[in-house]
Design a protein around this ligand. Structure first.
Ligand SMILES: Cc1ncc(COP(=O)(O)O)c(C=O)c1O
Length: 424
């Protein structure tokens, strides 16, 4: 009864993200989390096969992260991050720079994935102003998604999500994601664009997430970064989704030979516990802002910048992420997904089964010509999986699995069986 009334009240007072209004719809009430499971108020134990929007790395309600957060709450909950600092922020910045590698010198903390992208875009443009180069344009991939703030929307695909705002977005040059068919022409077009002296090139390395879990080769991205850097174009790796092991390495950028000038992080940064964004900045860019000239300062910040509880959650998550057991578990998940890729490819409703690291995806064949995201199969598949106590939230006809790394073989088998049993 109680859960019913909560979902009724929810429907009256709340908007939910990326949700088409339906007066009859009632949201599930999550009461508790435990490992890969969400436990609802009516006692259902649902496998969170999408890590609650790609956030959760180590499972829900993890005792180690809980304990670290509780300690931090009893010490310092928040402090203005201008004029003050604190141990969790400094430790976190040092560890993130260690993760990024020697090319990175500074970290700018913010609130979420979109803000980590805004920081990189604004810094790239301002660095060019400071250097007196006057570069302003940005190059992005078609089919990209970088967030919901205006700058992040500007560099994302101009699709349904941004339609009402198109006239308010800044102009961007789009290139195709390279593949076996278009590789040489993409490189050629990209080089021509780079010669026009844009400020930045932004990309989701190796996997375009919200664009439908589209995967592409590290070698091709490396080539693009090489061309961009040859022409002085700053490269922004948006690792908001790909960071922290999702593509098999701790950062997707670790699979590249050329270092991007910025790395944007969020989502798994805190193990999926608390909001936090971080932008890693190369030494060459950082020095532009280190002059002491008020005209060259970076006037950007958020009230919760550097929140100590979020930073503490991130440090705890990194402890777990860097442990041998997480590495072994990630490799194990990847082996299972590689097997799924082979075995599901023969199913009549599956095209383009693919996997990278801890991400598995396929396109559900609907033979529809329209925009993939609005394919009505999305809702049918969502309800089908939920009926089996599995949370899989297809993006249109794209079905994907991106579980917390602690997921058990039992749960993976349950997901496998549910996919094999799809019958409409
Ligand atoms: C690659 C990428 N960048 C940025 C974002 C935006 O992150 P947030 O929703 O935390 O603002 C997302 C969110 O899905 C993302 O996948």
């Amino acid at each position: 009864m109680e859960s019913e009334s909560l979902s009724e009240r929810d429907a009256r007072v709340l908007f939910h993200p990326f949700t088409v209004f339906n007066p009859l719809h009632r949201n599930l009430v999550a009461e508790r989390g435990e490992k890969e499971f969400l436990i609802t108020a009516d006692g259902r134990k649902i496998i969170d096969a999408v890590s609650s929007w790609w956030l959760n790395l180590h499972g829900h309600n993890h005792s180690y992260i809980n304990q670290k957060i509780k300690q931090q709450i009893d010490t310092l909950e928040h402090v203005i991050f201008a004029g003050f600092t604190h141990a969790p922020a400094v430790h976190l910045a040092e560890r993130l720079l260690g993760l990024g590698g020697e090319d990175y010198a500074k970290v700018f903390l913010s609130d979420n994935g979109s803000t980590s992208v805004e920081v990189a875009l604004k810094m790239a443009i301002q660095a060019s102003v400071i250097r007196g180069e006057g570069r302003k344009d940005v190059i992005a991939f078609k089919n990209a998604y970088h967030g919901d703030t205006l700058g992040a929307m500007s560099v994302s695909e101009r699709d349904l999500f941004v339609k009402p705002f198109r006239e308010h977005l800044f102009p961007v040059d789009y290139i195709d994601v390279p593949d076996n068919q278009n590789r040489e022409s993409v490189f050629e077009q990209f080089e021509m664009l780079c010669k026009t002296k844009p400020a930045a090139f932004i990309f989701e390395p190796l996997v375009q997430g919200a664009g439908g879990m589209r995967m592409y080769a590290a070698e091709d991205l490396d080539k693009l970064i090489e061309i961009a850097q040859k022409h002085g174009v700053l490269c922004i790796a948006d690792e908001v989704m790909t960071g922290f092991g999702r593509t098999g390495s701790l950062l997707a950028s670790h699979q590249l030979t050329h270092s991007p000038d910025f790395i944007c992080l969020s989502k798994g940064l805190t193990g999926g516990y608390l909001p936090l964004g971080a932008t890693l900045i190369s030494g060459e860019v950082a020095v532009c802002f280190e002059t002491g000239d008020p005209e060259k300062a970076f006037y950007h910040g958020h009230s919760f910048t550097g929140n100590p509880i979020s930073c503490t959650a991130a440090l705890a998550s990194l402890d777990l992420l860097e442990s041998d057991s997480t590495r072994v578990q990630l490799e194990h998940i990847n082996q299972i997904f590689s097997h799924w890729k082979e075995s599901f490819s023969t199913l009549p409703f599956v095209s383009d089964a693919r996997c990278k690291g801890g991400i598995f995806a396929f396109d559900f064949n609907t033979h529809s010509e329209g925009y993939f995201y609005t394919d009505p199969i999305k809702q049918k598949l969502y309800e089908y999986f939920l009926s089996k106590d599995i949370l899989i939230r297809p993006m249109g006809n794209v079905v994907y699995v991106m579980p917390p790394y602690c997921i058990s073989d039992d749960s993976l088998q349950k997901i496998e069986k549910a996919i094999l049993d799809i019958l409409f």
